[in-house]
Design a protein. Structure first.
Length: 451
């Protein structure tokens, strides 16, 4: 863009481009034209001042809607700024004396921007924080494995904070030795990778490290209610296996047991968070706000986890999503992580379905790779064989109450939010006809038995 001195001599105005942008979709003003138009308007904004100015709403974020409908979350300016400062301090972005190898952002480093910027992580962690820290962002319109890999290689992108959020199902595609699209791209120049959206098994993490030998890989955990982040992997030291990293600066976590008492180290319970990144509450939903945002500044995450003595945080699963088999609790994320290690599984989502004797039992929706999909579609017999293989994959390595007694259903895709989180409420809708069919089959079997 070209700038010329304004008449007053104390600012600059842009020259109007000769032509607007024309495409097959129509004619649109360019950024330069919009800036020029803005300069011509009368001043109609005064920067607010005062003690509580940071609590003014910057934008409305959306909850993930994994178990219920999404809610609008009021994210204030102070929380956006807090996360930028917290990440910068966590990764020692401005610390003097670090070598180039140990510096989080170096001149020329580029970030892959594929997570939508209407999502809190894309908007705050990427668009705000990484720009503030000096990285360039290469924006791609949507995720597709091979085009993204091509962009990473041709642009020499060094930082992968999204893929989207490198959820486990995407990592499966990335590390799969049978995936020819993945194998032909050299990713050895990548320096920083963060996985989020769902827990990542140690097996997949090991495979990812082998695929990206030059990258420092970590996990992250957060929610829109905490402006996207609570803890992240440490760039300067490895995190314990299966850990979601360490707390961001000025962040406190309390692990609360079912009886309301505070848990000890390594003891699981609901994760409560207190920190400057906590948001204001749910817009136009007083009841939900009072349930989640407590008067003393704590936010109830609804997630179960624990903290070790070294400060590392571990996430088990959403409390509302835990499957209760008899007196035992089964975390769907654990089942999903295990199924994803099977070479024929590309993606999966597990939910609990009602059972007359056990209360609930796990049902798995599975996306198969292309060869196995063709095999399963070739005949009813082959389909049952594949299901038996996957059922045995679980039963051979897990205790009895974690088996997939609810069955396995093959699907083309797993419904997910823009951040990659599984929308289990939609899986439960898909399960209804499956359960109705099973009930009808059981009823016919009972009638035959009476004859």
């Amino acid at each position: 863009m070209t700038f010329l001195p304004a008449q007053s001599g104390d600012c600059f105005i842009s020259m109007l481009p000769e032509e607007p942008h024309r495409s097959e979709h129509g004619t649109f003003p360019t950024v330069q034209q919009l800036v020029h138009e803005g300069w011509g308007l009368e001043k109609n904004y005064t920067e607010p001042r005062g003690e509580n100015v940071g609590d003014m709403i910057a934008f409305l974020g959306s909850s993930s809607g994994t178990t219920g409908l999404p809610k609008a979350i009021a994210v204030p300016h102070r929380s956006v700024i807090a996360v930028s400062m917290q990440m910068t301090a966590h990764y020692k972005a401005n610390e003097k004396g670090l070598s180039d190898e140990d510096r989080w952002i170096r001149p020329g480093d580029l970030v892959l921007g594929v997570l939508p910027f209407f999502h809190v992580y894309g908007l705050v962690a990427i668009l705000h924080t990484l720009c503030y820290s000096g990285a360039g962002i290469v924006v791609v319109p949507q995720f597709s494995l091979e085009p993204c890999l091509k962009t990473i290689v041709t642009r020499l992108i060094t930082h992968l904070p999204t893929f989207p959020s490198l959820v486990p199902s995407i990592i499966v595609l990335l590390v799969n030795v049978h995936n020819t699209a993945s194998k032909k791209y050299d990713l050895s120049h990548c320096r920083w990778v963060v996985s989020g959206g769902a827990p990542l098994s140690s097996t997949l993490l090991t495979q990812l490290r082998a695929r990206l030998p030059g990258a420092r890989i970590g996990l992250a955990y957060g929610m829109t209610e905490t402006t996207g982040l609570v803890c992240m992997g440490d760039f300067h030291k490895p995190c314990p296996e299966d850990s979601a990293g360490y707390l961001l600066p000025d962040t406190m976590v309390r692990i609360v047991k079912a009886d309301g008492t505070t848990a000890e180290s390594c003891e699981p319970g609901e994760i409560w968070v207190q920190g400057p990144q906590n948001t204001l509450g749910y817009t136009n939903d007083k009841k939900a706000t009072e349930e989640t945002f407590l008067p003393d500044g704590w936010v109830r995450t609804g997630d179960e986890g624990y903290v070790k003595s070294d400060g590392s945080v571990f996430i088990i699963d959403r409390l509302k999503e835990l499957i209760k088999v008899r007196a035992f609790q089964v975390a769907p994320a654990e089942r999903e992580a295990h199924l994803l290690e099977h070479p024929s599984v590309q993606d999966t989502g597990v939910i609990g379905v009602p059972d007359e004797y056990k209360g609930e039992i796990p049902l798995a929706f599975v996306v198969l790779d292309e060869p196995t999909t063709k095999r399963a579609a070739s005949s009813r017999q082959e389909e049952m064989k594949v299901k038996q293989e996957l059922t045995k994959w679980v039963s051979d390595q897990k205790v009895r109450y974690k088996w997939l007694d609810g069955g396995i259903e093959f699907v083309d895709s797993i419904p997910k939010s823009p951040s990659g989180k599984i929308l289990r409420r939609l899986l439960r809708d898909r399960a209804k006809p499956v359960l109705e069919k099973k009930d009808q089959k059981d009823q016919r079997a009972g009638e035959i038995a009476k004859l």
